[in-house]
Design a protein around this ligand. Structure first.
Ligand code: ADP
Length: 650
């Protein structure tokens, strides 16, 4: 460390992760090279894209390449690139901290990754920490980088011990050089010798062959003068020749016939574009002709990234190429938000090479490609659903919540997307498709019923379901945030309307049965009218009406809304989003057949002013609130009468 170098501490989480990299067992340590080459390739991509907009930068893009350099004596391996580079701030931000940290999920994943002292690549890939993998093979790493818009470079160095140093440095051209001070090879520990050319050559072929920039290395070979038959000339001496070799074929993998590419090659390509460390769940390779001609190689990951729902950190989109020329990473315009988990490349034959972000947003061709990709992904999913049940289950578990956003985002494909959705349904252990729900509907059930709420567990025990259960009507139990929105916006599915069972009046049974029940209820309503009125007044703040219920069989009470009311969850969401939503009152429905109601009626008949009636009204309201899994607006409102009742009863 030179005197002017400044020392910094890694962010706590970055340090934890670094520790994990250094101390856990992992048998594929060579992937550090894939990670560093991927970073270099991304940096070259970024510079190329920036240079399209900023002609000042074009002078740096004449010979984009990656160079690997070794020093066997000093045991050094350096990965140079002529990419965009990093500013000092970016080095601190990107290399000293982990962007995707800070969440509960992060900590739990980190603990899982640590548990048995082994590194679990499927978890590590979640953090976006490719660079740290260099500490699996090196005990010191030095990075020198100069951003394309800066004159000065910065030198970063660390031994992975929790701190790093930064100082100013010189570098002739923009780009980054990462130098690894290699540990001694240890075959037992899966550590090959990365100071050896052949190890490097093999590793590049295996993991990075398709990288679209040349990966060069200076190699030494011996040469001897030969005659025209190829025989060594007598007396000629062997000469050492040092020359550049390009280690990768740079072949665009999506243009090669599928039969010639191995699964392993496809998977490595996936890891390169996605920065994931695990195998993809599924891939699809296709070519579109007609209005727009393009090829696409798309992947569905096997695990949802932690930040899939964090718009500010998750990078969505596929890589865009135009006639084999790389244009940009993560092109959002090509993939709708509800398919943001899809990774891969699209190579268009028709777009113009000097396309810009602004043009992308309005371009009709881009729209056509996006529609084509959407259709293809949906068809692929439908195919998996039909033919690979287990795979689809994994897919749905990881990405179902995202796909469901499409029900509202993409009206044109709404029915297709609904067909792909799976739901918790009363009376079924398995998740079901809507068609399966329709198949389960008994005669007399005309609508698809649903109940939405905070969690599946709370919904399962909700009193609203009682009469539906008794009749054998399946009810969808919807607990995802997006579920608060779509059923009200989708008119129907296969001509069956969606209907919330927590709003409006219920209609169960044949018309005949309904008529009869309605009449009995009207009769009862008359008998109970006075009591219901008395129950209403202490609940005035929360409830607009107390009425008899047609949906309860076992529970004494439940809360419902009018047909046009917002659900309490939706109300809460809108308020959280800053909207001024007036607090709406709900309806308390009580079960006339329940002993509590019968006894209350007797109490009321004996003395309509009995103060206990108000206490019981509060308790009924509290029970109904808790039974649907909601929070009590005022705990004392429930607790006080409950304590009083307990004291009296004991
Ligand atoms: P990931 O690449 O998975 O996001 P890394 O830890 O490998 O995670 O890199 C973090 C960030 O550091 C990258 O996203 C990039 O912005 C920056 N970076 C890493 N290597 C380079 C490089 N060679 N040139 C420019 N920027 C780089």
């Amino acid at each position: 460390m030179t005197p002017q170098a400044e020392t910094f501490e890694f962010q706590t989480e970055a340090r934890q992760l670094l520790d994990l990299m250094i101390h856990s067992v992992y048998s594929h340590k060579e992937i550090f090279l894939r990670e560093l080459i991927s970073n270099a390739s991304d940096a070259l991509d970024k510079l190329r894209f920036e240079a399209l907009q900023d002609p000042e930068l074009a002078k740096f893009t004449a010979d984009p390449h990656i160079r690997l350099e070794t020093d066997k004596e000093k045991r050094l391996l350096t990965i140079h690139d002529t990419g965009i580079g990093m500013t000092r701030d970016e080095v601190i931000r990107y290399i000293g901290t982990i962007a995707k940290s800070g969440s509960k999920e992060y900590l739990s994943l980190l603990n899982q990754a640590k548990k048995d002292g082994e590194l679990h690549p499927e978890l590590i890939g979640q953090f976006g920490v490719g660079f740290y993998s260099s500490f699996m093979v090196a005990d010191k790493v030095t990075l020198v980088t100069r951003h394309a818009t800066h004159e000065k470079a910065v030198r970063w160095e660390s031994t992975g011990d929790g701190t790093f140093t930064l100082e100013e440095a010189d570098r002739d051209e923009p780009g980054t050089s990462v130098t690894l001070h290699l540990k001694n090879p240890d075959e037992e520990d899966g550590l090959s010798d990365f100071a050896q050319e052949w190890t490097i050559r093999q590793t590049v072929r295996k993991y990075s062959d398709f990288v679209s920039y040349p990966i060069r290395m200076r190699v030494e070979r011996t040469e001897i003068e030969r005659d025209k038959d190829g025989q060594p000339v007598e007396g000629a001496e062997e000469k050492k020749v040092v020359e550049d070799e390009t280690l990768n074929s740079m072949k665009a993998i999506w243009t090669r016939p599928e039969s010639e590419v191995t699964d392993e090659e496809y998977n490595e390509f996936y890891k390169h574009v996605s920065h994931d460390w695990s195998e993809p769940l599924h891939r699809t390779n296709f070519r579109a002709e007609g209005r727009s001609e393009f090829r696409a190689l798309l992947f569905i990951p096997s695990k949802a990234p932690m930040d899939l729902f964090m718009a500010q950190s998750y990078s969505r989109g596929v890589h865009l190429y135009i006639r084999r020329v790389f244009i940009m990473q993560d092109c959002e315009e090509l993939i709708p938000p509800f398919l943001r988990f899809v990774k891969g490349v699209v190579d268009s034959e028709d777009l113009s090479l000097n396309i810009s972000r602004e043009i992308l947003q309005q371009n009709r061709q881009v729209q056509t490609i996006r529609n084509g990709l959407t259709r293809k992904v949906l068809d692929t999913l439908s195919d998996i659903q039909k033919n690979q049940a287990e795979k689809y289950e994994t897919f749905w578990g990881e990405f179902g919540r995202v796909l469901k956003e499409g029900i509202l985002q993409d009206r044109k494909n709404q029915e297709k997307i609904l067909d792909l959705c799976r739901f918790h349904v009363t009376g079924s252990e398995k998740l079901l498709t809507l068609q399966e729900v329709i198949d389960l509907m008994p005669e007399g059930q005309e609508k698809i019923y649903y109940l939405s709420g905070e969690s599946y567990e709370a919904l399962k025990g909700s009193p609203h379901l009682e009469a539906f259960r008794e009749k054998g009507y399946p009810v969808l139990l919807l607990a995802d945030t997006i579920d608060e929105m779509w059923p009200q916006a989708v008119y129907n599915f296969k001509e069956k309307e969606f209907q919330s069972i927590a709003r409006g009046e219920v209609e169960i049974g044949t018309e005949e049965e309904r008529k009869q029940e309605e009449e009995t209820r009207k009769e009862k309503q008359k008998v109970f009218a006075d009591l219901l009125k008395t129950l209403e007044s202490p609940l005035d703040e929360y409830v607009k009406e107390v009425r008899l219920s047609a949906r309860l069989t076992d529970s004494p009470a439940c809360l419902v809304g009018d047909t046009a009311d917002l659900s309490p969850q939706l109300e809460q969401m809108l308020r959280a989003a800053g909207q001024d939503v007036p607090k709406s009152k709900r309806i308390l429905e009580v079960n006339a057949a329940h002993p509590i109601l019968e006894k209350l009626k007797a109490l009321h008949e004996a003395d309509a002013k009995d103060p206990r009636i108000a206490d019981y009204a509060q308790l009924l309201y509290g029970l109904a609130t808790l039974a649907e899994g909601s929070r009590l607006p005022d705990t004392a409102f429930f607790n006080k009468p409950l304590a009083k009742l307990m004291a009296e009863a004991l």
